[in-house]
Write a protein that binds this ligand. Structure first.
Ligand code: MRU
Length: 340
C-alpha cells in the first residue's frame, strides 16, 4: 500500500498534533493540543474536519483528558473524563462518527481496569480501523467505477478528512492507480474544501485534478465528461438517506437528470443505526460570517445569510453506498441492514 501522503492527526505520546486545515493550502502547520477542551475547539473551528477525522480527534481528546486527570481517584477520574466527553460531543452535530467514537471511548472508560493506556489503545484502534476501512472501500469502489470516463467529487474526503487515505477520495486514489482518468473537484462553497484541500491533496500524490465552480456541475454533466459523482458522508440513515456537505443533494438531483451515477463512500461508523430515515438528522448551521461579505457584517444590516453546511440526499438518488463491509446497490433499509 502507498504511504499516506498527508496526515490530519498525529499522536505524539502526550499531545495530539492537528494540521490546521484552515490555513491550507498556503501553510502546512501542526499545532499541539494537550487537553480535550482544546481538541473540541479545534473540531468546532474546523482546524480538523471530515466525519471520520473528527471522530478520531475526539477519541484522542478523551485520552488527553484521561492523562490530565490520571492522579485522581478512579471515581473522580471517570467523572472528569466523562465531563470532557460531554464537551467533545458538543463540538459539531451532524457527523455521527463523532458520537460513535465517543461511545467507544466511554465504554472503554467504564471497563473494570480502565487506565489512560487502555483508552489510548481504544483511540489507536479506532484510528487504525478507519485507515483499513478506507483501503478496503478504495478497492470495492474502484471495482464499480471500472472503465469510467471521468469522476466529479465534492468537499474533501481524503486523508485530511479521515484517519488516512480517504473515503470517496480513497476510491479516486484506487481508481487512479488502475486507470488515469479525468478527476473534477467542486470548489465546495462556502468553506472551499474542494478548492483548498481536495485538489491540493491529489496534487501531493501526483494525481491531476480539475477544479470547477459548484455552479458548473450541471454543465459538466451535460458535456458528457463524467459518468460518476463520488462523495463521502457524515451520517447515513438505515434507509440509505445520506447527510453530506451542502451541495451534495444538488449534485444528486443533477446526476439523476443527466444519467450520471452517484456513489456514497463511507465506513460503517458513518451509519446511524438508530434512525430510519434522514428526516431526523441534525443539520449544522454555521455562523453567517462564514458566508457573508464583511461589508454586510454591520449592526442594522438588511443583509443576512442562511448557512446550513450539510444536506440530506434521499436514498432513491444514490446508485451505491460503498462501505468496508460491502456495497449496497440502490440503497434501501434491507440493503443497509445487511451490513450490520
Ligand atoms: O464540514 P466538513 O468539512 O467537516 O464536511 C466534510 C464532509 O461533508 C465530508 O464529505 C464527509 O465528512 C465525509 S469525509 C470522509
Amino acid at each position: 500500500m502507498d504511504i499516506l501522503s498527508v496526515q490530519a492527526l498525529q499522536w505524539t505520546g502526550s499531545a495530539l498534533k492537528v494540521l490546521d486545515q484552515r490555513q491550507l493550502p498556503d501553510t502546512c502547520r501542526y499545532d499541539d493540543y494537550a487537553d480535550a477542551t482544546g481538541v473540541a475547539e479545534a473540531i468546532f473551528s474546523m482546524r480538523v474536519r471530515g466525519a471520520p477525522a473528527i471522530g478520531i480527534a475526539a477519541a484522542y481528546g478523551v485520552v488527553l483528558s484521561a492523562l490530565q486527570h490520571a492522579d485522581e481517584s478512579l471515581g473522580d477520574w471517570r467523572q472528569s473524563v466523562q465531563a470532557d466527553i460531554a464537551i467533545l460531543a458538543k463540538s459539531r452535530p451532524t457527523a455521527v462518527n463523532l458520537f460513535t467514537a465517543l461511545d467507544a471511548m466511554q465504554m472503554a472508560l467504564h471497563q473494570e481496569h480502565a487506565t489512560p493506556a487502555t483508552l489510548l489503545a481504544c483511540a489507536e484502534k479506532l484510528h487504525a480501523d478507519d485507515i483499513a476501512a478506507n483501503y478496503a472501500m478504495g478497492e470495492l469502489g474502484a471495482n464499480l467505477v471500472a472503465g469510467a470516463k471521468g469522476i466529479l467529487t465534492h468537499c474533501n474526503t481524503g486523508a485530511l478528512a479521515t484517519g488516512g487515505y480517504g473515503t470517496a477520495l480513497g476510491v479516486i486514489r484506487s481508481v487512479y492507480q488502475r486507470q488515469a482518468l479525468p478527476i473534477y473537484a467542486d470548489e465546495t462553497r462556502p468553506w472551499l474544501q474542494g478548492a483548498r484541500l481536495t485538489v491540493w491533496e491529489l496534487a501531493q500524490d501526483g494525481i491531476p485534478a480539475t477544479l470547477i465552480a459548484d455552479s458548473a456541475a450541471a454543465w459538466l454533466m451535460k458535456s458528457g465528461a463524467i459518468d460518476w459523482v463520488i462523495v463521502g458522508a457524515d451520517r447515513i440513515a438505515v434507509n440509505g438517506d445520506t447527510a453530506n456537505k451542502i451541495g451534495t443533494y444538488s449534485l444528486a438531483v443533477l446526476a439523476k437528470h443527466h444519467g450520471v451515477k452517484l456513489m456514497v463512500v463511507a465506513p460503517t461508523t458513518t451509519i446511524d443505526w438508530s434512525i430510519d430515515t434522514g428526516a431526523s438528522i441534525a443539520i449544522e448551521q454555521r455562523h453567517q460570517n462564514e458566508l457573508l461579505p464583511a461589508c454586510y457584517l454591520t449592526n442594522n444590516s438588511l443583509v443576512s445569510a442562511w448557512n446550513p453546511v450539510f444536506d440530506v440526499t434521499p436514498a432513491e438518488l444514490i446508485t451505491a453506498i460503498v462501505t468496508e463491509r460491502g456495497v449496497v446497490l440502490n440503497p434501501s433499509a434491507h440493503g443497509v441492514r445487511s451490513l450490520q
